[in-house]
Every structure is written in C-alpha cells, then in structure tokens.
Design a protein around this ligand. Structure first.
Ligand SMILES: [Cu+2]
Length: 333
C-alpha cells in the first residue's frame, strides 16, 4: 500500500475576485484578490503532507496558480498552455500535490504574471521539515517565525491594465493559441497580427509593499535581546530590494528554501525577484531599529522618503523595556 494514503491532507479554497485594496490609507488600488486579501492565504504544512487547493474564478480574466519552488507532478505546475488550460470566469480547478521540498516557498498566479502578481495574487508556502533534526527553527531555537512578502506596484498602470485586459478578454473571449511554430508562422503570413506589435506600457513602480502595505502601515517586529527570530523574505515582485537592518547582524540560513551548508552573516539582505531567503536575527541591543531597502527608491511612497519597505524592529530587554524614545510617523523627510 502506498504510504501516501496515510499522509495528512490540507484543503484550501481560493476564491479570486476583483476589488480595491488600500496599500496606504489614501492609496487604493484595483486588485485581483484571493479570499479578499493581499497577500492571499499562507499555506503552511509539513513535508510529505498533501495540499489540495480548490481555485474558484469569480473574475472575467483567466488564471492559473503556480507553486513556486515545489516539485509537483507536471500537470499541477500551473503554467497556462504548457501544463493546463487557464481557469476561465466561473470555472474552478483543484490542484493536488505532495508538499516537497521543505523550506520557504510561495505561490502565485501564472497568467499574465506581471499584472496578476502585482494585482495581488500571491502568498507564502511554508513547508516544515519532516525530520525534526533538519528543522532550522529547532537548530536556532527560533521564538518567532515571520514571513515578509515583498512586492512593488504602479497603481495607475495596474488599474489601466486590468480594465484593458477585462475589456479585451470580454471582446475576444479567446487566447489565440498555435499547436506548432509552423502554424504560428503561417498565421502571420495569412495576416494574423501579433499583440506584441502594439506593445503595452511598462509599469513604473511607485509603491513598495511588505505583506500588502507600505510604510507606515507595515507591522513592526517585536522581540527581546538575544531571542532568535526567523525572517523569511519572499520577493514576489520584479525588482530587487536590499534590506539593511540597523544595529544587528543576521545569519543567512537558507536560499530558495534550501538550507545552506555554510550559513553566513550580513547586515544587508539582498532579495531578488522570485527568490526566497531565510535569515535568523538575534539582536543584542535594545531599542527601536530601522530596516529599509538600501536601494532607497524602495523606501519611498511615490518618490517620497520615508515610505515603501521601511519598518521597525522593537528589541526589548528582559523587563520588556524598548526605549524612552517613542518613534513617530514621519512622511516629510
Ligand atoms: Cu491570475
């Protein structure tokens, strides 16, 4: 009998809808949301468990979901026209796979990826080691395990593109596909006009998000002197960020979910598009410590510093005291 019959099954339902999302109190963006939130649900399981995700599409756009970093059966990989037809308006599709390998991963929509990720279709996918001896949380005595999903958006581009794509998809109700390159070449000869000849505008990223919000809406991390916090940084967007942590060193322990044989210390953590990076911090000095993208554009809201990915780490002493200075919200530096 297959051991898979005894595996734990985790069932999720992803309902995709179009709505408005506030990245800041006064910045609302037309978005593609899963279960009405950005980021979408976190999938957190143990290696070898079965993950079952029912995707229900309530938008007039096609979608597929890709399990980034996972080794899934080919027909569950979620690449439109490579492993499956897109999930159309009113349709649903259920993905099912064994969770592997262990580590920090994520999921995202793979249709019109540039627009649908910035639209909000992404979430964390955390797979814990089955073998407790391999657990990084165990090894480093981690007291807090925090995930930061990083993205950059251009609200005007996003709204314009979503409206345009909805109109186009309604009008044409077709994604022209070809079975072979020969067929594609012949269609062009016969007068087919490729959409790339028209081009589309490029986004100019103006707001930089951690877990769906920009500074000053990003939640601070609160910890104690000497306590280990694991931070999983997942860059789902299209530009790199370089997170500089004030007042401490961080141990890089995993990249793309893979545990490093030789962990190393940094105080600036580079985060590249599509990459996940796990760091352990164990701050030694109490106080409010700033973290920000040292490529400073990523620390702005529409060009204004401070904004974007800026956030704080509050390090308390054994009595719970952080600092006499109480941080203020500044938008005018
Ligand atoms: Cu999508």
């Amino acid at each position: 009998m297959s051991p898979i019959l005894y595996a734990k099954v985790h069932k999720y339902t992803f309902v995709i809808s179009i709505g408005e999302w506030n990245v800041l109190p006064d910045v609302k963006v037309k978005s593609l949301m899963i279960n009405n939130t950005i980021p979408g649900p976190t999938i957190e399981v143990t290696e070898g468990d079965i993950v079952e995700v029912k995707v229900i599409n309530k938008t007039p756009l096609p979608h597929t979901i890709h399990w980034h970093g996972l080794e899934v059966p080919n027909d569950q990989d979620g690449v439109p026209y490579v492993t499956q037809d897109p999930i159309e308006w009113g349709e649903s599709f259920t993905y099912r796979f064994v969770a592997k390998p262990a580590g920090t991963h994520f999921w995202h929509c793979h249709w019109s990826t540039l627009l649908h990720i910035s639209g909000g279709m992404y979430g964390a996918l955390i797979i814990h080691h089955k073998d407790k001896n391999k657990s990084l949380n165990g090894k480093y005595n981690v007291k807090k395990d925090i995930t930061l999903l990083v993205d950059s958006i251009d609200p005007e581009w996003q709204t314009k593109m979503l409206n345009m794509m909805i109109k186009m998809h309604k009008k044409e109700k077709e994604e022209k596909t070809f079975s072979t390159v020969k067929e594609y070449k012949e269609a062009i000869k016969a007068g087919y006009k490729s959409p790339y000849l028209k081009g589309i505008p490029k986004p100019e990223y103006k707001y930089h998000l951690i877990n769906g919000h920009s500074y000053p809406l990003i939640k601070p991390i609160i910890t104690k002197v000497g306590e280990a916090v694991r931070i999983r940084i997942i860059n789902v967007g299209n530009i790199p960020h370089y997170f500089h942590f004030h007042g401490m060193q961080l141990l890089v322990v995993a990249v793309d979910g893979n545990t490093l044989k030789s962990p190393y210390y940094v105080n600036t953590v580079p985060s590249f598009p599509g990459q996940t990076i796990d760091v352990i911090m164990r701050p030694q000095i109490k106080g409010w410590w700033a973290v920000h993208d040292h490529a400073e554009w990523g620390s702005t809201n529409n060009g204004h510093f401070p904004g974007g990915t800026v956030f704080l780490i509050g390090v308390a002493d054994e009595k719970g005291f952080i600092s006499n200075y109480r941080p203020k919200i500044s938008l005018t530096q």
